[in-house]
Design a binder for this molecule. Structure first.
Ligand code: ADP
Length: 209
């Protein structure tokens, strides 16, 4: 709820100052996809490479924020919407701090993702569709959640009894059921390089996937 008595206060140190100090372009790299599609794994591997190359990053992870910031929220459509709204605002603050922010959230609804894109400065939101088909995700099932959903022990599980709306025009589409984690990271690095988000001199990395 907005309050008309609260006026935005501009401070002398702004996003530009903070990102210049870090010599990097702030971004929100937003990973969306089914549970177990590989969002956290790929985001974590990318973050490791970026920090290794001297970039300043932060990874916001869906499971982790539900332990704190969003521990009052469940999985109804309304709570999912609020979850993404809050996390979007946090991602915006982190980008404002000059960070390359990676966000790994199922974020199943297009409108919620669109809203996050909208609150960020132009060009700072990169939607990454981590695309793995449901059967592959169910086979991986690293946390046993699909098994629980199949037994009816978890309700409103995305892909089972709650919808997933795939991005229509993501900046990056990763076919995570066909390529390795290392290949996915290289796909992302070449995209970031292509749009001028990374400094020159980038070489594809060899990761033991
Ligand atoms: P999510 O964050 O989307 O729920 P996770 O990253 O937690 O997914 O889990 C994905 C699982 O799939 C991990 O155990 C990961 O090691 C495995 N995996 C296998 N192949 C791949 C791949 N090509 N890309 C991403 N993850 C993969």
């Amino acid at each position: 709820m907005s309050n008309s008595n609260i006026v935005w206060h501009s401070h002398p140190v702004d996003q530009q100052t903070r990102s210049d100090q870090k010599t990097q372009r702030p971004l929100v790299i937003w990973f969306t996809g089914l549970s177990a599609s590989g969002k956290s794994t790929i985001a974590g591997a990318l973050e490791q490479i970026l920090t290794g190359q001297g970039y300043h990053t932060y990874l916001l992870d869906g499971d982790n924020v539900r332990h704190g910031l969003c521990n009052d929220l469940g999985f109804s459509d309304q709570d999912r919407q609020e979850n993404i709204r809050r996390v979007g605002e946090v991602a915006k603050l982190m980008a404002d701090a000059g960070l390359i922010t990676l966000a790994a959230f199922i974020s199943p609804f297009r409108d919620d993702r669109r809203l996050v894109r909208k609150i960020l400065p132009e060009g700072q939101f990169i939607e990454v569709y981590v695309d793995a088909n449901l059967e592959v995700c169910q086979t991986r099932d690293p946390k046993g959640l699909y098994a629980k959903a199949q037994r009816g022990e978890i309700k409103q599980f995305t892909g089972i009894d709650s919808p997933y709306e795939a991005p229509e025009k993501p900046e990056v589409h990763i076919q995570a059921d066909q390529i390795s984690v290392a290949e996915a990271v290289n796909q992302l690095l070449s995209y970031l390089h292509e749009i001028g988000a990374l400094q020159a001199g980038y070489e594809p990395v060899a990761l033991g996937a």
